[in-house]
Design a binder for this molecule. Sequence first.
Ligand code: ZN
Length: 106
Amino acid sequence: MNNLLSKKLLQKCPVCGDTYNYSKVKLLEANDSYILSYFKCQKCGTGVAMKAIFIPTGMVGQAVITDLEADEIMKLKNNNESITSADVLCVYDFIKNEKDIIKAIQ
Ligand SMILES: [Zn+2]
């Protein structure tokens, strides 16, 4: 059912307009709340990740054109190392206080 839904939502490549080969749509993750699927166009090589979220009144879908492969999407999704506000402030302080930033980076 979930993969069938992915195939219905992903019908044509948004870049070249080629009709997708449904057997190539990969279901990456699915549960009661959402499905995440991926397709790579065989004609132009464009990757599309699609997430459909089920809400009480229906469904909300979003598709993103990406150069990532399916396994890379899952690696990023499962990576718990996110950038925190402390990380951003640390970089800000470094840039603000470093006079010759190019030399410091080397
Ligand atoms: Zn295409």
